[in-house]
Design a protein around this ligand. Structure first.
Ligand SMILES: [Zn+2]
Length: 74
């Protein structure tokens, strides 16, 4: 998928809640890291949002790191 703003190829991944930390964007094929913030940075992920409580949901989501924008593929 191309970024509609700059035309760069977007990175595929998903958004998953990280309990009391916030939402994590995780590159496609990766799993939630055992050490949340350090592991997320190492795998090229991003931390988004704020605390959501104790349940976890996920959402497929492509990002363009150049524009700092993302698109959900619902
Ligand atoms: Zn872009």
């Amino acid at each position: 998928m191309k970024c509609p703003f700059c035309g760069e190829e977007m990175e595929s991944g998903m958004i998953i809640t990280m309990r009391d930390i916030g939402f994590a964007w995780i590159p496609e094929g990766k799993k939630l890291p055992l050490v949340p913030l350090v592991g997320l940075k190492k795998m090229g992920g991003m931390l988004l949002g704020e605390s959501t409580g104790f349940t976890r949901a996920k959402l497929d989501f492509n990002i363009c790191k150049k524009c700092n924008k993302g698109i959900s593929s619902l």
